[in-house]
Ligand binder design. Structure first.
Ligand SMILES: [Zn+2]
Length: 368
């Protein structure tokens, strides 16, 4: 039994999507003399109505003839945390209000539907990277669609949980590496950017991982007594076949730390989308450079994957409450000085496709 509520004036601050008149509904349960809480949907952003919760204090609303007139409100919708990982990572105790949500994107289909809900006091969105049932090859991943959809969900941070091979003896199976660098061995750079089609941008990528988020993961891993390694270079190969022994030996000799097939494209797209991104690389095996290593069996890898998944869940749950409420590190301003094309020249189609990324710059100069 919701009553229509009309918002007379809005306070845009960091929530551009609310900078429009909107229709909402309030729940009488949250209606008191001191404040009113309003829940609703905003259709302004297009494809998916954004859910929001706002609170207006006593002086800021009036109840007139079945309408709540709000003159000023405080947005209560917390910025979401995205978690990309294997199917099953989201089978976590305490993960409430679960809802699978399908998203259509201008970049094609994402890996799967997105599982939204609340965990450890935070609004979260899970994406099974390879789709439920593991149906998508690493090189088939549509990173742009995945990240675009997460941006659309209001995600400010992404924790990427990924299986990797170890390139150095010190990283043992079931260890966790928190890389701070990538080496790109893919041939997919055009698919790792939202830009092109009339809008040129060059983001800074010298430090491809969000250091703030990485440090939070590091502290959490240490607090839980996990075998964790601070920093390292993640070589992103394309796959799907694993490295030849010669390639693996080369990566080992170059001093790289772990090897995987997925994180670089995600990290690039996340940076362009101004989402803070950090990788939790879970070691499953020693790649093939290590001649003295006992032959890896499928059983061993699966056992390690399962142990890793249990550990990853615990870490995710513990790190969530430590993530700041407001996105405010340099990752969240990555496009500020990155767009070269004059705003007046942005093609309408590209501008529409990139709306979740660019809308905050609509009213500002595109470049300094
Ligand atoms: Zn950051």
């Amino acid at each position: 039994m919701n009553t229509p509520c009309k918002l007379l004036q809005v306070v845009p601050h960091d929530t551009l999507f609310l900078a429009t008149a909107l229709k909402a509904a309030y729940s009488p349960r949250n209606f008191s003399r001191r404040s009113v809480e309003v829940e609703g949907h905003d259709k302004f952003v297009g494809l998916h109505s954004a859910r929001f919760r706002i609170r207006a204090h006593a002086a800021e609303w009036r109840f007139i003839g079945g309408l709540v007139l709000v003159s000023r409100f405080h947005l209560m919708t917390p910025h979401r945390v995205g978690i990309i990982g294997g199917s099953g990572l989201y089978h976590i105790e305490g993960f409430t209000q679960q809802k699978w949500r399908k998203v259509t994107t201008p970049f094609g289909p994402p890996s799967d539907s997105f599982l939204t809900g609340e965990l450890a006091g935070r609004a979260v969105v899970f994406l099974p990277r390879h789709g439920r049932g593991h149906r998508i090859l690493p090189s088939e991943l549509n990173h742009r669609a995945n990240i675009w959809a997460l941006k659309k969900f209001g995600v400010g941070w992404i924790i990427s949980v990924s299986a990797v091979g170890s390139l150095q003896g010190r990283y043992r199976p079931c260890d966790i590496v928190l890389p701070n660098q990538f080496v790109d061995r893919t041939k997919k750079s055009l698919e790792h950017t939202f830009f092109g089609r009339g809008i040129v941008a060059h983001i800074a990528f010298a430090d491809p991982i969000c250091e703030e988020l990485r440090q939070l993961l590091l502290q959490t891993c240490r607090a839980l007594g996990a075998r964790v390694h601070d920093g390292g270079t993640y070589v992103n190969m394309e796959g799907p076949a694993f490295s030849t022994r010669s390639e693996s030996m080369t990566n080992h000799n170059l001093g790289y730390d772990v090897i995987g097939m997925t994180n670089l494209g995600e990290a690039k797209c996340a940076r362009e989308a101004e989402i803070s991104y950090a990788t939790m690389a879970m070691v499953t095996d020693y790649d093939c450079w290590k001649a003295d290593e006992a032959h890896v069996t499928v059983d061993m890898v699966i056992a390690n994957l399962q142990r890793n998944a249990a550990q990853a869940k615990e870490i995710v749950q513990r790190v969530l409450p430590q993530i700041p409420a407001e996105p405010n590190c340099s990752c969240h301003r990555a496009l500020q000085n990155a767009i070269l094309t004059d705003k007046k020249l942005w093609p309408a189609k590209t501008k529409t496709a990139l709306r979740p990324l660019l809308q905050k710059y609509y009213s500002r100069p595109a470049s300094p």
